[in-house]
Ligand binder design. Sequence first.
Ligand SMILES: [Zn+2]
Length: 177
Amino acid sequence: MDILKLEATQVETLTVQAKDLKYLAVERSPIQGLGLFTYNQLAAYQIIFTINGRKVYRPYDPAYSHLNPNWLGIGYEEWLEMSSGDLSLYINHSCSPNLMVNKHFELITLRPINKGEELLIDYSTTELDPYWSMKCYCGQPNCRKLLLSFQYLSIQLQKKYSKFIAPAFSLFAGVPK
Ligand SMILES: [Zn+2]
């Protein structure tokens, strides 16, 4: 592929995103560091934007998984590396998320979201790496404390999320461990 052409396309996409998504703001989050907030009321099952990035393939490796690269798992040993400046890079995790990433890499709301709320995804819905884990301090009553990949979620949670996950993830939904 022509690299210059690819870069030009990415720049163009990011410009459109910034213009159309002025109601989204990156601000300090009570959960951790910076987070992404909405200043529009959002309806349930509303698509907010498509994540920009390139597909990356890498064998699962316990040494590497602990480095916790800022990628979205989209399949077996397959990730989406977000373009620099993509707003999705600022989305924090919550064990009670209000967003998911669907199979078209679009962010979709799971419920109505009020003005001023932080946009949050469950990071276990974007990872299949068997070695990945992350401590959670989201503070929700149903906080799992230690996050593991999608296949280690309870069957109830897998089924709840299965409507929006990528095909590779749905292989695990509802399968007893
Ligand atoms: Zn949590």
